[in-house]
Design a protein around this ligand. Structure first.
Ligand SMILES: [Zn+2]
Length: 344
């Protein structure tokens, strides 16, 4: 499987995020991806390739150009107002009854205008890293469009919480959505996105809401108790173009598997021409911010079933915060996928 990786991911290294009433060291940090890279090399995967640069076009195919411009400028605006000593974090958000049609001019207000949480620090390197991750997802898609069975965008910051006009949940640009839209623009009539991250893929759902050409499915911790809290319930079907499968705390493989089989059956019914997988391994038993109980070997089982769809597939790295096992969990997934034949 082709692996697309850019060292520019290391430029996103926030100091702190707001969790449990405290500012704590960020869970989403460069060591995550470096651990995956090391494990893939140890297991003999081919050396990764760097992403091609196709400019802003793939980004603005799914994101509001004004939002993309904001991301490019946010750090400089923050430094002008507050200096470079601390990461930029939003402070205030709209509530019902407040205005959506007036974008604030001061950076503190603009951060809230374009985001939905305080867990996603903007740093000096955020734009460079997010841009490289978006290009990695786009490059992986181009490789599959050119004939590869599958490709893996080993990229961060992750993307599935980022919507057309907002960042949050460590995510700025939605690589999975960029890949899916890229398939569409390359002529694939119908694309499926399968999100197996522990958290609901709210950004992906929002971007493709009501789009019959992109069927989006997410298996995740029930938002009634878990981030992102305000999207991800089972009744959000978007006219049949979306499927949410919220799962309880403590979900282990025997309880996860029926939901996965439901997801794969529904994807099969849609007869998509390509698949994008948002691969989060924060479903692992022992992840520091999650509550599921999947074991490392379960990722191989999961990937064998996903691969059995036989679809041209892009896999995009999302979450997974247990640095000691993230590499093994991802490698098991990729090896399991490679055990499955492509459809003929
Ligand atoms: Zn997650």
């Amino acid at each position: 499987m082709d692996i697309v990786f850019s060292p520019a991911h290391r430029r996103q290294h926030g100091q702190a995020e707001l969790t449990d009433g405290r500012l704590v060291p960020v869970y989403e940090h460069p060591g995550r991806l470096d651990a995956v890279l090391e494990e893939l090399a140890r297991r003999g995967f081919p050396a990764p390739v760097e992403p091609e640069d196709h400019g802003l076009d793939p980004l603005v195919a799914v994101h509001d150009p004004a939002y993309v411009t904001f991301l490019q400028c946010a750090w400089d605006e923050w430094v002008a107002a507050h200096g470079p000593a601390h990461d930029a974090l939003p402070l205030s958000w709209r509530a019902p009854g407040m205005r959506e049609d007036r974008e604030p001019t001061r950076i503190d207000g603009r951060l809230g205008y374009w985001s939905f949480d305080a867990g996603t620090p903007v740093t000096a390197g955020t734009w460079a890293a997010a841009y490289s991750a978006a290009q990695a997802a786009d490059t992986a898609r181009r490789r599959v469009s050119a004939g590869a069975r599958a490709a893996f965008a080993l990229a961060r910051p992750p993307g599935h919480h980022a919507g057309s006009r907002f960042f949050g949940g460590y995510c700025f640009l939605n690589g999975a959505a960029i890949s899916a839209q890229g398939f569409r623009d390359a002529g694939v009539e119908r694309v499926a996105v399968l999100d197996v991250d522990y958290h609901h893929g709210n950004g992906t759902q929002q971007i493709f809401a009501g789009r019959p050409d992109v069927f989006t499915v997410s298996l995740h911790a029930d938002p009634s108790f878990c981030f992102p809290f305000f999207l991800g319930h089972a009744d959000e079907t978007e006219g049949g173009t979306h499927l949410n499968l919220p799962l309880p705390k403590g979900t282990d493989w025997p309880r996860y598997l029926p939901a996965l089989e439901t997801a794969l059956a529904r994807i099969g019914e849609q007869e998509p021409g390509a698949l994008v997988v948002s691969l989060g391994v924060d479903t692992w038993d022992g992840d520091p911010i999650s509550s599921f109980k999947l074991q490392t070997a379960d990722y191989r089982r999961m990937a064998r079933r996903i691969g059995a769809l036989g679809l041209p597939t892009v896999v995009v790295m999302e979450g997974g915060y247990a640095v000691e096992t993230i590499g093994a969990n991802v490698a098991e997934f990729l090896e399991g996928f490679e055990e499955t034949p492509a459809a003929t």
